[in-house]
Design a binder for this molecule. Structure first.
Ligand code: NAD
Length: 379
């Protein structure tokens, strides 16, 4: 199987690493455009030494928000884009950096629902500083944007969109609220499991998945019980980074396939959607593999995941799914219903999930009935 591996030009990891942001940023330019999440104050200490224009993303990014961001960055003559925040701020910054040089509309470039134009000009230099431990977006080549007119989230994607620097400082996650800790952490776990069983799984990515799954399995409950557990915060920041390295190079699967239309149609956080679907996506995949592809390597991989999650050498693939179910219950993951999703929405959601780019890497194609079973179980 051919494979490829690409990541951010530099990855810098460690407690306190974010203090070097101004110095690193000045190696790329002189006028900085800083994208933050809903609370820009959290970033102010990090950027006080820079001549920066700030732009805040109140929720997950949309095509309109990044269009506005790119216009402001160009008008202000900015030559470096920096994101300090969760996946929302990072994806917004990544898209803004690309639009600022390529021109045009986000929809020109968006996969699935857009016009399929490619990024052909190098984006402005982009530095990603994550403050959640979940998406790994600091090392991925895509920016996920909501397109309200289409009711889906889809990606702008190009290897040129990989950040120049991923500056991962676990200290920035110490203050993450409990619910955000849980759902972003479960997104990280999903992004380690899906690439490991993906159709595009590859030997360069596998070690990130196995090590990341082990780290997340050990740290998720700890960090939820005690947000001040610095070792567990560090493990989750690393697990999230490894998830990003994995998904960017091996793709995702059914869980993220659903997150695209669900996140585009309902006001629900990405991590919460992934967490609600994860055990059910795993269970339906496992049953489909057993029924239609009993020799598929993903079957043994689901058993390996179970051994990593449980720490037991005799764990079966089903034990792994049971472990994830219990974890989701312990971390109080609400069902899809909690976000206003109802049975009448599912037929459309299944249809769109089947077309989502993440779904294309699922270990095997699922039928509409199987997809409906995943959605019903998560409801
Ligand atoms: P987020 O960025 O939306 O942040 C969640 C909430 O936490 C926000 O209210 C934010 O303001 C707050 N927050 C962030 N850091 C904080 C901190 N240190 N302390 C207190 N509050 C903090 O959530 P996320 O899960 O990190 O990102 C979700 C987005 O990332 C979605 O749009 C999803 O589609 C996208 N995503 C992208 C990739 C990719 O590879 N590009 C991968 C996975 C997910």
């Amino acid at each position: 199987m051919p494979f490829e591996f690409a990541t951010a030009t530099r990855i810098i990891f460690g407690e306190g690493a974010s203090a070097s942001l101004p110095e690193l940023a000045r190696t790329f330019g002189t006028r900085f455009f800083v994208v933050t999440g809903a609370t820009p104050d959290r970033a102010s200490a990090l950027i006080s030494a820079l001549d920066a224009v700030t732009f805040s993303i109140p929720g997950e990014p949309t095509v309109d928000l990044v269009r506005q961001g790119a216009q402001r960055a160009v008008q202000a003559g900015c030559d470096v884009i920096i994101s300090i925040g969760g996946g929302s701020a990072i994806d917004a910054g990544k898209a803004i950096a690309a639009l600022a040089t390529n021109g045009g509309e986000p929809l020109d470039f968006l996969e699935v629902v857009g016009r399929g134009r490619s990024i052909s000009i190098a984006p402005l230099p982009f530095i990603a500083v994550p403050t959640t431990a979940g998406t790994g977006s600091e090392v991925t080549r895509n920016a996920v944007l909501g397109s309200p007119e289409h009711g889906v989230k889809a990606s702008m994607r190009s290897p040129m969109m990989l950040p120049r620097i991923a500056l991962v400082d676990p200290e920035l996650t110490w203050g993450l609220p409990l619910a955000v800790t849980a759902r972003t952490g479960l997104d990280a776990l999903t992004q380690l499991i899906e690439p490991y069983v993906s159709k595009r799984a590859n030997p360069l990515v596998d070690p990130f998945c196995t090590q990341g799954i082990r780290l997340a399995a050990g740290a998720l409950r700890r960090v939820y019980r005690d947000g001040s557990d610095r070792e567990a915060r560090r493990d989750m920041a690393q697990a999230s980074l490894f998830g990003g390295l994995a998904l960017a190079n091996a793709g995702l699967g059914v869980v993220h396939g659903f997150a695209s239309p669900l996140g585009g149609s309902f006001d629900a956080p990405h991590g919460a959607l992934c967490a609600a679907i994860l055990p059910h996506g795993m269970a339906v995949n496992l049953a489909a593999l057993r029924a239609r592809a009993p020799q598929h390597p993903a079957l043994e991989r689901y058993a390996a995941i179970a051994r990593l999650l449980t720490g037991r050498a005799d764990a079966t693939a089903d034990d792994g799914i049971a472990w994830v179910r219990t974890l989701c219950a312990d971390l109080k993951v609400p069902p899809l219903r909690a976000w206003g999703i109802s049975e009448t929405d599912l037929a459309r959601i299944v249809d769109e999930a089947a077309r989502a780019s993440s779904m294309q890497a699922n270990p095997l194609p699922l039928t509409s009935d199987e997809l409906l079973a995943v959605a019903n179980a998560a409801l």
